[in-house]
Write a protein that binds this ligand. Structure first.
Ligand SMILES: *Cc1c(COP(=O)(O)O)cnc(C)c1O
Length: 224
């Protein structure tokens, strides 16, 4: 992997993002040396989807890297990353949020989490429905949580060249974000993140109101 090419593509992606939209560089499968080069260029937020890989890379990189867990997190692995994760994007069940809360208490920190919604049509994608989210946010268990903080919404669009469909799915995510904000977080400035957009669709996501894009292959492989 040519690090100067990676840095060049990183600058291009950064320049294409409006002020206020955060870039999480998705570094899964990317060697530590390449991540370190991007870190030296100024990138701080990196995303991984596997707990072990994330923990291993964290050991090898400077302490001020912001590690974002973007993949599906199994409850039995939460303990490994809760002590340091900057954000956990893929929370899709009350049980997982409760586990993060418990582990956060143990680690003595508050962990920003995003509720993942299923807006794409592919069955394999994880995510909640609005009714499931309402049930969670109205539960007594949620009211007691002090160490898992819901900071917004995350979603993935269908992997397709059909732009109108992708636009519709991002618009739906935005609507879910606004609905939750209005109904549950109206007085909470901490509920502000809409994590959507990947290499192939991040500009569409930004146009739909994304605050946080998760871009991997467009930086590291240069295809997309
Ligand atoms: C891999 C991954 C990304 C980045 O995908 P690219 O198409 O490589 O940009 C974003 N979000 C999640 C959840 C991922 O697993």
């Amino acid at each position: 992997m040519d690090t100067s090419e990676v840095i060049k593509r990183w600058r291009e992606v950064k320049e294409s993002l409006p002020v206020g939209v955060k870039l999480v560089a998705v570094s899964k499968h990317v060697p530590v040396e390449v991540i370190a080069a991007l870190y030296r260029a100024g990138q701080r937020a990196f995303g991984e989807n596997r707990v072990q890989e994330l923990a291993r890379k964290r050991e090898a990189l400077p302490g001020d890297v912001e590690w974002h867990m973007i993949g599906h997190l199994q409850t039995n692995k939460a303990r490994v990353i809760v002590p340091f994760a900057a954000m956990i994007h893929g929370v899709d069940s009350a049980r997982l949020l409760e586990t993060i809360d418990r582990e956060g208490a143990r680690a003595g920190r508050v962990v920003p989490c995003l509720l993942q919604f299923r807006v794409a049509s592919e069955e394999s994608k994880f995510g909640m429905t609005l009714d499931e989210a309402r049930e969670l946010l109205e539960s007594a268990a949620f009211a007691r949580m002090k160490h898992a903080r819901v900071a917004g919404v995350m979603s993935m669009a269908t992997f397709t060249l059909d732009e109108s469909r992708v636009r519709e799915e991002f618009a739906r995510s935005r609507e879910l974000f606004e609905t939750l904000k209005r109904d549950y977080f109206a007085g909470d400035p901490g509920f502000k993140e809409l994590s959507m957009g990947m290499s192939g669709d991040y500009l569409l996501a930004v146009a739909a109101g994304s605050t946080l894009v998760r871009v991997g292959s467009a930086l590291f492989r240069g295809d997309d």
